[in-house]
Design a protein. Structure first.
Length: 541
């Protein structure tokens, strides 16, 4: 058993079992069952490669055996940084089958993030592709190994150079350790709001429940074809219903390497894709591209948009332009996912972020004092339920703040509920920038900025952006007036920070505006930059 993972109190676990949310399934068992049910039907398509359910199950067995032989044991952590390639599934299911835990890093993470994940989770192995999207992950692995000599294995899908090749690990099947449905299956990442990302322990029981309900709501079945456009390690394309929900339902997953209309539109026609998931900026690109060209997108039934707020103006265009039903998705790796239903009215689909997927999701909307607001008023969303965690991994102090005494997760999102029970996201109480679905914790970036000798103080805030919704702006009080934006950006990149966290804009300032109690007023800084942008925009017109 993995320690330092808060879990559901006994009476809740009993209730969720009794109500048949948790049905005692594991990922290893689920794949075995699907292989028996669907055999030679295709589970995964990637380019010309097709993998059937039976084949996936078999390869999983072989790889699981190889991982055990390598010395990877039940409850060990393994940082998995794989893009949308078939090996992602073989690796994850093999780890699930032996009860080892993938830690889901994103392809965009760099030395800083990966070293932290490896160190914090005491990972025994790190699994990467050779090269992907013009980046050589073996370079990254070398940097990580230098920093963490204790990391035992680096395993490469592709040309391994000095590391271990994934292909050599496939070995004769053995018997595998017992894995309990109540065990933690993997660690997912939170977008983070205080410093470094927190790690989210999800159990087989709770995650598989969320897959089942998600697949039901999206009406997935054996004929469904899900196009994976976003990086599948992310919770949204992984589980809402994502690639795992599609496999749960016996459908087919088609892996795309990116979201450009050039690649995806022809894939939709070729593979007869029925459903896909985008973030708002990509949805905007698709809407414009579809109007400008004549691809056959008629197989597409559902377009999911989530990860950041989708504007009603853009939402309104989806059906007329793409000819499919829009589904808004408002979720979080910590658990709770809201969906608009496929048969909801246009009004609801366009103007709301949906409603909780499970009847057992409990929602509270509260003011600054923790008191419930009046119906229809805006407040912070708190939630508890059969697939929402009760605490982060190894984060006792943070958990005391991020969860209420009675186990509700404080989402940090400001929402209001319509009389129909649908949620509208109105803003954010947490110190985070949502860059078109990519979350940046202000404090993490500030800490890096403060490490620069010419930076006296730093505050990172969001600024409005037509395309991404928000971008990041770093306000810096310099010790040295010659400090340039370029220098700051290079400094952060050299520290191994993922590119999406590097501030889009740097503003030098003499002092920060303050709140009544003398804290930096980020609200005031956001206002200053928003007005400045508006003024320059006007002079340009
Ligand atoms: P993460 O912590 O990375 O799992 O990100 C979850 C957060 O993304 C939520 O708490 C929201 O702040 C944001 N989010 C996700 N989906 C939506 C959406 N449809 N509209 C607005 N915000 C969203
Ligand atoms: O942004 C997210 O983290 C998210 C969005 C939609 C998510 O985790 C999800 C659905 O499951």
């Amino acid at each position: 058993m993995l320690t330092k993972c808060p879990t559901w109190p006994k009476e809740f676990a009993e209730k969720y079992r009794k109500m048949e949310c948790w049905r005692g399934e594991t990922f290893g068992g689920m794949l075995r069952e699907r292989a028996q049910q669907y055999g030679s039907q295709i589970a995964i398509t990637c380019g010309e490669t097709q993998i059937s359910y039976k084949e996936l199950d078999m390869k999983t067995d072989l790889l699981a055996a190889g991982l055990l032989k390598l010395g990877i044991k039940k409850a060990d952590r393994v940082v998995v940084q794989l893009p949308n390639i078939p090996e992602f599934f073989e690796v994850c299911f093999a780890l699930f089958r032996i009860g080892a835990l993938p830690v889901f890093a994103l392809p965009s993470h760099r030395q800083n993030e990966i070293s932290y994940f490896c160190e914090f989770t005491e990972a025994v192995a790190y699994i990467i592709p050779d090269r992907y999207a013009g980046f050589d992950y073996r370079h990254l692995a070398r940097d990580v190994c230098q920093k963490l000599p204790s990391l035992r294995h680096v395993i490469v899908a592709g040309d391994p150079e000095e590391f271990q090749p994934l292909t050599r690990l496939y070995d004769d099947p053995v018997s595998y350790p017992d894995v309990s449905p109540a065990d933690v299956a993997f660690l997912q990442l939170s977008g983070g709001s205080t410093g470094l990302s927190k790690l989210i322990p999800r159990t087989h029981d709770d995650y598989i429940y969320s897959l089942r309900i998600s697949a039901e709501i999206c009406q997935l079945d054996q004929d469904s074809v899900y196009l994976a456009v976003l990086p599948i390690a992310h919770n949204y394309p992984l589980s809402s219903p994502g690639v795992l929900g599609t496999l749960y339902a016996g459908g087919r997953v088609v892996l795309a390497q990116g979201g450009s209309p050039d690649e995806t539109f022809s894939l939709i026609a070729k593979e007869q894709v029925t459903i896909t998931a985008l973030v708002p900026p990509l949805a905007l690109i698709w809407l414009d591209a579809a109007q400008a060209r004549r691809n056959d997108l008629s197989s597409l039934e559902v377009l999911q948009v989530g990860g950041a707020k989708f504007s009603a103006e853009a939402a309104r265009r989806v059906k007329p332009v793409l000819g499919c039903t829009l589904q808004q998705v408002y979720g979080m790796a910590e658990g709770l996912v809201n969906y608009t239903r496929l048969d909801d009215s246009e009004e609801i689909i366009i103007h709301t972020q949906g409603r909780p997927m499970s009847p057992f999701d409990e929602i509270r909307i509260v003011d600054e004092n923790g008191c419930e607001v009046k119906p229809g008023q805006t407040g912070e969303l708190l939630t508890r339920g059969p697939y929402t965690i009760r605490g982060y991994y190894k984060a006792e102090e943070h958990n005391a703040k991020a969860f209420t005494q009675d186990g509700f997760y404080r989402t940090g999102d400001l929402v209001r509920m319509t009389s129909s029970g649908h949620v509208i996201v109105e803003g954010r109480a947490k110190d985070q920038i949502n860059r078109g679905g990519e979350k940046v914790a202000a404090e993490e970036v500030e800490n890096h900025l403060l490490a620069h000798p010419a930076v006296h103080d730093a505050a990172v805030v969001s600024m409005p952006d037509e395309f991404l919704g928000e971008r990041s702006c770093a306000y810096i009080i310099p010790r040295d007036q010659t400090l340039t934006t370029m220098e700051i950006k290079t400094f952060l990149r050299d520290r191994g920070l993922a590119t999406y966290k590097i501030p889009d804009r740097v503003e030098l300032i003499d002092s920060f505006p303050q709140t009544g109690v003398g804290k930096v007023s980020k609200k005031a800084l956001r206002k200053v930059i928003a007005e400045k942008l508006k003024a320059t925009h006007k002079t340009k017109m």
